[in-house]
Design a binder for this molecule. Structure first.
Ligand code: NAP
Length: 439
């Protein structure tokens, strides 16, 4: 007789959750995997985080779709674990719970004025231009000539690029019309992407940085005085190559002139935000000059003030606690020992290790957890899993969206895409549910 089925609930249908499910399937363990998400739509940050004009990056969805269509897998969208169903309830019915809820809130600036209207964290801003239902009503103030972005990571670059691209450049993207129209009608002429360290310390990857040199209406501006002649010797060869490429790109940008274009994206290095100025809303920002002293960031007491109506801190995402599970509020991750949370509970992706890396960086987390599960459940599982979960959903009157339901939403969005757009995203959860339940 074969071993009994292991019932698995994966909480979060983003890349980390799908890689974990896929790793379990590859092991050919006898298991039944339910991937649960609070949105009716799967794919987490691939749908709502990856920039709308980076459609190639989104192609990984095809392989996640294969995972979802495996007969052992089911998708349960529109189910909020922690709100409508507790972790304790899940623990009672599943042998294994894999937490893959990511990091969808913002790190905080915590400086004077950072709570003024007009300061919008990158998670919200990116959600807004990606039609995430929680952020479609954000209404950022784009009637401002200057926009300040804080941070030198890829999210900062994504935001700067989306803010200065024109309609033609975005026509093959899935940016929602409201965001495209607001950007098109904006008063933006200058976007400042501030780094508190230097060009060598910046976290941009080179493909993303180079794209800033290929914009139709905007030019990248870098002060050549801020660029070192060379990178110097780094321990990590890969890092060395990346930094050298970035330096070369920035050197090329430093030949651009302000008058070259009607819009500019400036890359001032060695400035940290000191305070955000304004009474009832953002009116400007004060930045303080910095330098590195034996690896420690120090301030000089020299200030720079810029008038602006919008400040976007793109200083990293932050995970939020999962009710009923331990949380490390220093590192903003679920308390875990390399993916182990407690008996039968595991964590993968950003909630496990913090918000860093690209999509595929999540794959090894899934492989590791699948190894744990293989060893921890040698004798198989004993809890009912899906059957009991569906009963609870019915009892509580929760309308869940299956993968077939998601495909109805997906197809409706794809058919509504016009002028080269791959899709027109629904902006409201109710409209998505209408497609599934009142087709
Ligand atoms: P990130 O790469 O960690 O960059 C965060 C930036 O914010 C850093 O420059 C950091 O500076 C700065 N920062 C942090 N706290 C600050 C503060 N209090 N004041 C001023 N600056 C501060 O984070 P991210 O851009 O959010 O990206 C998250 C992950 O997603 C990254 O791994 C990224 O590569 C990935 N991603 C990839 C793509 C892509 O491949 N196209 C697109 C988007 C995101 P320090 O270095 O000084 O700490």
């Amino acid at each position: 007789m074969g071993i009994s089925k292991i019932s698995v609930a994966v909480i979060g249908a983003g890349p980390a959750g799908f890689y974990a499910a896929d790793s379990l399937l590859k092991k050919k363990l006898n298991c039944e995997i339910d991937i649960i998400d609070f949105l009716p739509t799967p794919y987490g940050l691939i749908r709502a985080g990856v920039a709308p004009d980076h459609q190639t990056t989104k192609k990984v969805i095809k392989s996640f779709e294969k995972t979802a269509l495996n007969e052992s897998c089911h998708f349960f969208g529109n189910v909020h674990i922690g709100n409508s169903i507790s972790i304790t309830e899940l623990k009672n019915i599943y042998d294994v719970i894999i937490i893959a809820t990511g990091a969808d809130s913002d790190s905080q600036l915590n400086i004077q004025g950072s709570d003024l209207p007009g300061v919008i964290g990158s998670a919200s801003f990116v959600g807004w231009y990606n039609a995430h239902p929680n952020f479609v009503n954000l209404k950022p103030n784009l009637k401002t000539k200057n926009v300040i972005i804080i941070g030198n990571g890829n999210v900062a670059i994504d935001i700067a690029r989306v803010l200065v691209k024109n309609r033609k450049e975005m026509c093959e993207s899935d940016i929602p019309e409201y965001a495209l129209r607001d950007i098109e009608n904006s008063s933006i002429t200058d976007v400042f992407v501030f780094g508190r360290r230097g060009p060598i310390e910046a976290k941009f990857t080179n493909v993303e940085l180079r794209e800033m040199g290929e914009l139709e209406d905007a030019v990248a501006i870098v002060d050549s005085n801020q660029l070192p002649l060379e990178v110097g010797l780094l321990d990590d060869k890969r890092d060395q190559r990346l930094k050298e490429k970035n330096l070369k790109t920035l050197q090329a940008f430093s030949n651009n002139k302000i008058s070259d274009s009607s819009k500019r994206v400036h890359f001032p290095f060695w400035y940290k935000p000191k305070k955000i100025l304004g009474n009832k809303k953002v009116e400007g920002i004060q930045m303080e000059k910095t330098f590195l002293n034996n690896g420690k960031l120090e301030s000089t007491g020299e200030y720079l003030e810029i008038e602006c109506g919008l400040v976007i801190p793109a200083i990293g995402y932050r995970s939020i606690p999962v009710k009923g599970l331990p949380f490390n509020s220093t590192d903003f991750v679920i308390s875990n020992n390399n993916g182990r949370v407690e008996d039968g509970v595991y964590a993968v992706g950003w909630i496990k290790r913090g918000p860093s890396g690209v999509i595929s960086t999540n794959r090894p987390d899934g492989v590791l957890v699948a190894n744990y599960i293989e060893n921890d459940f040698i004798e198989g599982g004993r809890k009912p899993g899906r059957k009991a979960f569906i009963s609870i959903l019915k009892e509580k009157g929760i309308k869940y969206v299956s993968f077939e339901g998601w495909k109805l939403i997906d197809n409706a969005e794809i058919s509504a895409g016009v002028n080269g757009a791959p899709r027109k995203k629904f902006e409201k959860i109710d409209d998505m549910l209408d497609v599934v339940f009142y087709k």
